[in-house]
Design a protein around this ligand. Structure first.
Ligand SMILES: C[S@@+](CC[C@H](N)C(=O)[O-])C[C@H]1O[C@@H](n2cnc3c(N)ncnc32)[C@H](O)[C@@H]1O
Length: 227
């Protein structure tokens, strides 16, 4: 019998069941009628990665995003993926069997941690919306602790929108599949929240009819090139 995993945050939908975790990529592709892969590729390209980047991927899942990011990295680039699920570890490590530049670490991101190294870029894709706000702040502090001066944080997640003004079908699907944390996530002014947490806005790009945003910010401990 498969034992049901106890959730850290009972309302969260980013804490996946074992079955969903094992088939996560396939379920996303099916659920989005194949559209997810397309915008994901565009979004990763739009990050503008440098070949030498050292990337921390928080809540890395199966390593699908890491595999797309890896294409932009040179021999000295590296990606460290953090996740808490054994199903994700297995899929990530299988994907990168012959790739020493991608490393999986079993690490909860919602409690303070120190990996003992700093990164050029922290990436989080469809993770932040799934936590209570005070836990999101713990995650942001973890990120700040792990970024080099001027390091960037890239969040790929729901954009801000007024759910009540969206088409009925979308409203029904969103409420059915998303948690109450996500409902609160989409109405927060994230540029303001991130500025209060010490991050300077760099850029934003929108996908999937503006429901999804790639938001790029940078630690403020770094002088602007053209102030
Ligand atoms: C919605 S999935 C997104 C996966 C991946 N970022 C992507 O875009 O394909 C959320 C991921 O966050 C991980 N996760 C959830 N809570 C976590 C926690 N407290 N610490 C570390 N990882 C967590 C899950 O195991 C899952 O892989």
């Amino acid at each position: 019998m498969v034992e049901k995993r106890k959730k850290l945050y009972p309302k969260s939908k980013v804490e996946l069941s074992s079955v969903i975790a094992r088939h996560y990529d396939r379920l996303l592709d099916l659920g989005s009628l194949g559209l997810y892969g397309g915008f994901l590729k565009r979004a990763i390209k739009d990050i503008g990665l440098k070949p030498t980047d050292h990337i921390l991927d928080l809540g890395c899942g199966t390593g699908r995003n890491a595999a797309l990011m890896m294409k932009y990295l040179g021999p000295s680039g590296k990606i460290v993926g953090l996740d808490l699920l054994p199903e994700m570890k297995e899929q990530f490590e299988k994907k990168f069997e012959k790739e020493p530049r991608a490393i999986f670490r079993h690490q909860r991101i919602d409690v303070p941690f120190d990996l003992g190294e700093k990164y050029d870029l922290a990436f989080m894709s469809f993770v932040l919306h799934g936590f209570p706000q005070e836990v999101r702040m713990v995650i942001l502090n973890n990120i700040k602790r792990h970024l080099k001066p001027g390091g960037q944080l890239v969040i790929l997640d729901y954009a801000e929108f007024d759910l009540d003004k969206k088409p009925l079908l979308f409203r029904l699907i969103f409420k059915k599949f998303e948690c109450s944390y996500a409902l609160e996530f989409i109405i927060l002014n994230w540029k303001k929240v991130l500025a209060e947490q010490g991050f300077r806005f760099i850029s934003e790009k929108f996908y999937a009819r503006n429901y999804v945003r790639l938001l790029k910010v940078q630690t403020q401990d770094f002088p602007l090139e053209n102030p």
